[in-house]
Write a protein that binds this ligand. Structure first.
Ligand code: AMP
Length: 401
């Protein structure tokens, strides 16, 4: 990686107030964290700072906060408690406070190896979106709370230029990547920019419009781009096939045609579907003969021929990037395609297999494949932008090696 990492500055951590941006944007229901993956993913960096006698001052956003009323239920208090349990030590936390003398006093009281979590950075959005619009004064103020070192481990927000990542980076001596950030960048960026070939990408999910940039970039970089899921039916309609009541974006038909023409045979589509006569409460489910969907039906998963075909396309792949389920995986009746794809990916000997976050990460974790992939990204939007070949502002703002 071209940026400094926390490992590079290990000898400089002791006795210093180290500012750390983490991504603790976790789902919380009735005060209870329902998925703590992101907290767990940040532990290596936090522990490294504490074990090296740094004083860690953590920042994170949680959800969206636009009004005073939005603050209810958006406090990081449950996260502070969970983090304290995970670390086995107290985490100083002042509810509702993102700046001011009380916060500054608590920070100045920290001893080496101690930790404080600042309240939800987006509480600053109530008054003129200071966090989300990267208010220069706010970034400067937060940077002033530390001793000139900032560790950014929040990959999930690296595609945004906010005060708590880009703003702080601009006002410290050294802004470095944490271990999670480093891993995410190394796995995803390396796969796209410098892949061991053959490199196969699999893209699914509901909408073509969400993934145009990803498809275009990966058609340039990958040896094959497999497109499945709801997205495929827009391509099929563009090719003149019958798609029944399947998901379609009629305003993207020309674009689909263009992509197919540009792809020069690299773009691989399903060859059959599992179709049902409704999205929910259906009374009939069957496999189609070929690509065409029967009238009154909708394609909700890859059919058996497609699963076999995708398996052949993946055979021998050394790098696979997967983003988006190839069927309505939330429903057990339409999981076979997504499971088939996962089985085919993880079966390739020596493959570097990367899941680009979001729904496909959820599918892999929920269906028991979490340990079988080389890397499952913690960032949906950020990993999509890396796959599009975009520069992530949160990463760009870090200090070069
Ligand atoms: P995305 O957020 O665009 O990655 O889309 C993920 C969603 O696409 C999941 O909720 C899937 O249920 C859905 N999906 C996948 N295949 C289909 C399909 N054939 N028809 C409708 N929705 C689908």
């Amino acid at each position: 990686m071209a940026k400094l990492t926390v490992k590079d500055i290990q000898s400089e951590l002791a006795g210093k107030k180290i500012l750390v941006r983490v991504d603790f944007n976790v789902p919380i229901k009735d005060g209870v964290i329902t998925n703590d993956n992101r907290i767990t993913a940040a532990l290596p960096t936090i522990k490294f700072i504490l074990e090296n006698h740094g004083r860690a001052i953590l920042f994170s956003h949680l959800g969206r906060v636009k009004t005073e009323e939005d603050k209810a239920g958006k406090s990081l208090a449950p996260v502070a408690k969970d983090l304290s349990e995970k670390l086995g030590q107290p985490v100083v936390f002042i509810p509702g406070v993102t700046r001011g003398p009380e916060l500054e006093a608590a920070i100045n009281k920290l001893k080496d190896g101690e930790i404080l979590l600042v309240e939800n950075t987006r509480f600053e959005d109530v008054d003129g979106k200071k966090e989300s619009k990267n208010d220069p004064e706010l970034g400067k103020y937060w940077a002033s709370l530390g001793d000139g070192i900032f560790v950014n481990d929040a990959f999930g927000t690296a595609h945004r230029a906010h005060a708590s990542n880009v703003g702080i980076s601009a006002n410290v001596k050294q802004a470095v990547a944490g271990f999670l950030m480093e891993n995410e960048i190394n796995y995803i960026q390396e796969a796209v920019e410098n892949p061991v070939r053959p490199f196969v990408a699999i893209l699914g999910g509901s909408k073509v419009s969400d993934k145009i940039g990803v498809i275009e970039n990966l058609l340039k970089k990958a040896d094959k781009v497999i497109v499945g899921g709801g997205m495929a039916y827009t391509f099929f309609k563009a090719e003149g096939h019958e798609i029944g009541d399947s998901l379609v974006e009629d305003d993207k038909l020309d674009l689909a045609k263009e992509l197919l023409a540009k792809a020069d045979g690299k773009l691989i589509l399903p060859v059959d579907s599992k179709e049902a006569n409704a999205f929910a409460n259906y009374t009939e489910v069957k496999d189609t003969e070929g690509i065409d969907i029967d009238p009154g039906f909708m394609g909700l998963d890859a059919g058996p021929k497609t699963i076999a075909e995708f398996g052949k396309e993946l055979a021998g792949a050394k790098t696979v990037v997967w983003n988006g389920p190839v069927g309505v995986f939330e429903n057990p009746d339409f999981q076979a395609g997504t499971i088939g794809v996962m089985d085919a990916i993880v079966a390739q000997p020596g493959v570097k297999s990367i899941i680009g976050g979001g729904d496909s990460a959820a599918a892999a974790i929920n269906l028991g494949y979490a340990d079988k992939f080389s890397w499952i990204s913690t960032g949906g939007g950020a990993s999509m932008e890396l796959l599009e070949g975009k520069v992530l502002p949160g990463l760009a703002a870090l200090t070069d090696k």
